[in-house]
Write a protein that binds this ligand. Sequence first.
Ligand SMILES: Cc1ncc(COP(=O)(O)O)c(C=O)c1O
Length: 385
Amino acid sequence: MPIKPAHRLAMLPPYLFADLDRKRKEAMARGVDVIDLGIGDPDRPTPAAVVEAMVEAVRDPATHRYPSYDGMPAFRRAAADFMKRRFGVALDPDTQICALIGSKEGIAHAPLALINPEDPVLYPSPGYPVYRVATIFAGGTPIPMPLRAENDWLPDFAAIPKSAASRATLMYLNYPNNPTGATADLAFFARAVAFAREHNHVLLHDAAYSEIGFDGYRAPSILQTPGALDLAAEFHSLSKTANMTGWRIGFVAGCADIVRAIGKVKTNIDSGAFEAVQRAAITALNLPDAVYREINETYRERRDVAIAGLRKAGIDAQPPRATFYVWFPAPGGDSAKFAQDLLERTGVVVTPGVGFGPEGEGYARIALCRERARLEEAMARIARA
Ligand SMILES: Cc1ncc(COP(=O)(O)O)c(C=O)c1O
């Protein structure tokens, strides 16, 4: 008897990166020297001090048992200290922080904790695909908030249909933004908090790229906004900022009711993050600023190589102030066709903007997760093509 997957799986768009990966593998099988600028996965190793902390932690049998669901007290304390030191936000580690198995886990579980079937959920498009998928899994109705160049890639709250705004139970935001590299300031966050209060919905801010900034830019936290702790929570991750994508560790911080609700879902689905990873993450949260500065300097250099290369190819690319993404107009306008042609003609993989939602059509994204020499080679090929 053929197994029929649940209807909700049929409602999902094809997972963008899986599709891209298949095309990349096909090209490699044909012997093409592929340069993959598609997926945002840091190529540099995790800082040595974090690896050392992990080795030590994993030797301690105390870490081998089930972890606590919401994270070790020492991890939650380190996360709270980070929020205080970095953003000036004071949080109670016992009620306003919960450890996550990567921020994706919390982002994906949040609608199960916070919405009811058919509730509208507002999410940015183009955007990280998980906001929409998680909404669908929880039976909600995803409502895109278009991000447009003329609004500096910020959603226009006034353009949200009144009926959706008044019935929405949740809004996702993400700055520094994937895929556009855009940033938001505290004035924008204040508008978002005011809108959420007016319409009585929860605000979830994805700050996975908070530590990656250039030219002196440092991203703010939405939790710095007065009143945010009543209705907002923020997702943080060590994946992108400390080269730890494989370790699966992050946290959610903010409004105690939101943190508790997400924790309740987790209690019933997973059993928390490996304690050895949490101990290593404490080291990561306390790394000297110089380590993060060096990571950022690497991306800044690569960003400048990418921008110069794209401009040389006649593409009007703007340098982002944050994230390791460069978002640029796809020549010809059809981003999937552009990405496919580019792969065929140059062996360079970029991500078509349409993969981040229909509102991303007309653009493409480069991830700066390759060594400078490879990036230069990719840019030279693009210029030739
Ligand atoms: C915007 C955004 N949020 C969250 C994540 C998830 O990161 P992690 O689960 O590794 O913390 C990603 C990863 O690509 C992302 O781009």
